[in-house]
Design a binder for this molecule. Structure first.
Ligand SMILES: Nc1ncnc2c1ncn2[C@@H]1O[C@H](COP(=O)(O)OP(=O)(O)OP(=O)(O)O)[C@@H](O)[C@H]1O
Ligand SMILES: [Mg+2]
Length: 366
């Protein structure tokens, strides 16, 4: 069958959002809180494929409905502030009457399309930060609050620092502006410069958990029924538990099952099994491999030592396997906890936080 339901890729809006109501509510409430409140700066943290970008996109959609001017998710990069200005201009232009003026500025950025006239009086160009400030003031003066969405927050990017400083200045003058960011758990690490770190630590944090398996099961049942794909209860239950709560794997499994079904919605056991295998291969490639890629050799040795254990690992035993002191092992434990690859289970014990990572490591493909 042709699949037009499942979308196993990154940074796209799924056809149907599974779960996440509570977290979306918190995000909505945050951006609707009074100007200047702490909840207006929020940080979504979650491992790869857990749906950070999707949440930013959903929030953007809702905020637009409420009349906010939204800068759609911008990935942290060198010219991030200019990109944000372009997006705000593009979106907000229709709300601004032609006579509104933003004095000064870089004509190539502020002058295009959108109905905003740029006064020619000023002879020197203004900084990107200043143009962002003036644009926000302008939208606020027309009764629109502003929402900035920043994706893939990374350590030590100068442009993130500039954006944060500008946001804080705007908050200081009482502007109605929100800043919602998303990144991997390791993006808020001690290597960040103090200013950015302090800001991110004070922002309201939302840590993404895997999806609830029950929600996935209900979704699979509904969607496969609608598609006319015949699966036994056991097939659906097995597919559900195989997702491990990963939205990305949920999309992959759904996709491979759908394209394996014939035009009458039937697929035999072999095709079903092959669909699950294909999905898992893609998942390991896209999630496990990319999670491990930035790690140091020592981090990987730590994870490899952990992967020998069935479910949870004792730090003292890991240290023994690595032939290092417990306090040395604790340093690596902290780094991997921060990166979101492992989690504290019970006192002194850790386990993998990314589904199938242990299996991937044990497969010897790294
Ligand atoms: N709640 C959800 N319901 C249904 N599908 C979802 C949900 N969350 C994410 N997805 C799907 O999972 C995939 C990954 O989502 P997304 O790109 O938002 O992840 P991410 O956390 O931003 O990943 P990365 O860290 O790689 O940027 C996409 O195909 C998306 O459609
Ligand atoms: Mg993303």
């Amino acid at each position: 069958m042709i699949d037009n339901v499942f979308v196993p890729s990154f940074g796209n809006k799924p056809k149907n959002l599974v779960g996440r109501e509570a977290i979306l509510n918190r995000l909505y409430n945050g951006i609707n809180s009074v100007p200047g409140s702490r909840e207006k700066a929020q940080l979504i943290l979650g491992q790869r494929g857990l749906g950070k970008t999707v949440l930013l996109l959903m929030l953007a959609e809702e905020a637009r409905k409420q009349g906010m001017i939204v800068a759609s998710p911008t990935v942290v990069s060198g010219n991030m502030i200019d990109r944000i200005i372009e997006k705000l201009n593009d979106e907000g232009g229709k709300f601004i009457d032609k006579k509104s003026k933003i004095s000064g500025g870089n004509v190539s950025v502020l002058g295009f399309g959108a109905g905003i006239q740029v006064s020619e009086e000023t002879s020197f160009p203004k900084s990107s930060e200043q143009r962002l400030v003036e644009l926000c003031r302008l939208f606020n003066s027309k009764g629109h609050s502003v929402l900035l969405l920043v994706d893939e927050v990374q350590a030590n990017q100068e442009s993130l620092k500039q954006l944060i400083v500008t946001y804080q200045e705007l908050v200081g003058e009482g502007a109605d502006i929100s800043l919602v960011m998303a990144g991997l758990p390791g993006s808020v690490s001690a290597v960040l410069n103090d200013h950015v770190l302090t800001f991110l630590n004070r922002a309201s944090k939302l840590e993404l958990e895997p999806l609830n398996l029950n929600d996935i099961n209900i979704y699979y049942r509904k969607v496969f029924k609608e598609l006319g794909i015949e699966l036994t209860d056991k097939m659906i239950d097995d597919a559900t538990s195989m997702t491990g709560g990963s939205p990305y794997l949920m999309q992959l499994i759904g996709h491979y099952i759908t394209i394996a079904a014939n035009d009458k919605g039937k697929l035999d056991k072999t095709d079903y099994q092959k669909s699950l295998d294909n999905a898992l291969d893609d998942y390991k490639n896209d999630i496990c491999q990319t999670s491990i890629a930035p790690l140091s050799d020592r981090d990987i040795e730590f994870l490899t030592a952990m992967a020998e254990d069935e479910n949870e690992s004792e730090i003292s035993e890991i240290a023994e396997r690595l032939g290092c002191t417990s306090s040395f092992a604790q340093t690596y434990k902290r780094r991997l906890l921060q990166a979101g690859l492992i989690e504290q289970h019970r006192r002194g014990k850790v386990r993998f936080a990314v589904p199938y990572l242990a299996e991937y490591i044990n497969s010897g493909k790294i």
